[in-house]
Design a protein around this ligand. Sequence first.
Ligand code: FES
Length: 100
Amino acid sequence: MAKWREVCAEDAFKNTYKFVHRRKEVALFRLQDGIFATENSCSHEYSELSEGMIIGDDVYCPKHGSRFDIRTGAVRDLPATRPVKTYPVKVEEGIVYVKI
Ligand code: FES
């Protein structure tokens, strides 16, 4: 069952952050209206989306350039064809939490 996990202070990162909990890797992204989370591994091959480039509401995979909607995990550009999981995020008293 998913639980809220403490990630870091809200101001601990600028654009992206990698969070690891018991082998589960989560990528956090700061957008204009908040912080969002997806699984860290690209759905094409293994590459870390937390090292990708954010443009608008999308993240570009650093390996082959697939583009994912950060809010929904949907694929917006090939070569990936499968979405990535997304996770709920909340910020309380300056601390970021992700539900995984
Ligand atoms: S590993 Fe991400 S696009 Fe290939």
